[in-house]
Ligand binder design. Structure first.
Ligand SMILES: C[S@@+](CC[C@H](N)C(=O)[O-])C[C@H]1O[C@@H](n2cnc3c(N)ncnc32)[C@H](O)[C@@H]1O
Length: 315
């Protein structure tokens, strides 16, 4: 590994923060993308070059600098000069970092409701390496600390916690269907996603081999088909505003299914969970990423899976 001490003397670098327990996936992805890792601190990887779209980075820190400070007040002053709202990522000297955070405008960790507005301005982050040195990025690519969103959960209506993936996509990324849209949700049981889509006014074709939770099946505007999603033919479904999938299947099977619907040309937008066995299938993940108009996120609510989004508006 190249030492960041020398490199950072002249150039700033980029910090990629892995979701908890996904450090090795982030490291592999960075390596496959040809991004040079300079140093790592737990789940933070400091890398050469400008920020790139990296799926297993839940948060990306732009232009990371290494600064010297000589007291808590001095560190706070340096931060205040650089930015507006700060978060503290704890590497070393945790208590000292928290005391610095108390002296600067901070990006508070808030619990959100579904579709609450999320701050639009970027936040900064600092991490103490020692009593004298800190890493500082005045800008990150997410307006929330460490790229994480937390919700007041609905413990009554949804029949599974999978609904949190769509809550996050719709609230944090503001990527969502409009009321009245015709959508299909495949691999829908017990019905968390179908429930979310119904609550925002969509007409939902919900498909699974297993039965839908009875309370969800009884809601208006849900048409349930109990069959395999892999037998579906786009010509029998017709025009769709959105195609959603949370099916448990190998990534290449999902790729085939999505390709069938894309090639037929009757679907405007897609949002699908790509679920991995061990090890992570990076080859297929990159195939999804290469489809024009695509982005892939590792949502806070994603475990060993990522969320592929393909929008007509991005093509
Ligand atoms: C993670 S669960 C989906 C959870 C759902 N999104 C929710 O919000 O409640 C995965 C689903 O994929 C379904 N599944 C697996 N193979 C399938 C197939 N060939 N066709 C349709 N559904 C399938 C399973 O029956 C299971 O209900």
């Amino acid at each position: 590994m190249v030492s960041i001490l020398t490199i950072m003397g002249q150039n700033k670098c980029t910090g990629y923060l892995a979701p908890e327990n996904f450090e090795s996936d982030l490291k592999t992805e960075l390596t496959l993308l040809g991004i040079t890792i300079l140093e790592s601190y737990g789940r933070l990887f400091l890398c050469e070059g400008p920020a790139q779209a990296v799926v297993f980075a839940q948060d990306t820190w732009l232009d990371v600098e290494r600064l010297e400070y000589n007291s808590i007040s001095n560190a706070a002053e340096l931060l205040r000069l650089k930015g507006h709202r700060w978060s503290h990522f704890s590497i070393n000297n945790h208590r000292r970092g928290e005391l610095i955070l108390e002296k600067v405008p901070s990006a508070k960790t808030k619990i959100f409701h579904f579709l609450d507005s999320v701050p639009t301005t970027s936040i900064g982050v600092f991490a103490l390496l020692s009593e004298k040195e800190m890493l500082v990025a005045s800008q990150t690519n997410c307006p929330l600390p460490f790229g994480e969103i937390h919700f007041h959960e609905d413990k009554f209506n949804p029949p599974s916690r999978a609904y949190l993936k769509l809550w996050e996509l719709f609230t944090l990324y503001q990527i969502k269907p409009r009321s009245g849209d015709k959508v299909m949700d495949v691999g829908s049981c017990p019905g968390g996603w179908t429930w979310v889509l119904q609550t925002i006014g969509c007409h939902v074709i919900s498909v699974d081999k297993a039965p839908l939770d009875a309370r969800i099946a009884a809601l208006a505007n849900i048409e349930f088909k109990q069959e395999s999603a892999f037998g579906l033919r786009p010509q029998h479904i017709g025009k769709l505003d959105w195609f959603f999938s949370d099916i448990i299947c190998y990534p290449d099977k999902l790729y085939e299914l999505v390709t069938r619907f894309r090639d037929f040309g009757l679907v405007d937008n897609f949002a699908c969970t790509i679920k991995f066995q061990a090890p992570t299938d990076f080859e297929t993940m990159f195939k999804f990423k290469a489809i024009a108009g695509s982005k892939i996120f590792h949502l806070s609510a994603n475990k060993h899976e990522v969320t592929w989004v393909n929008l007509k508006a991005w093509q």
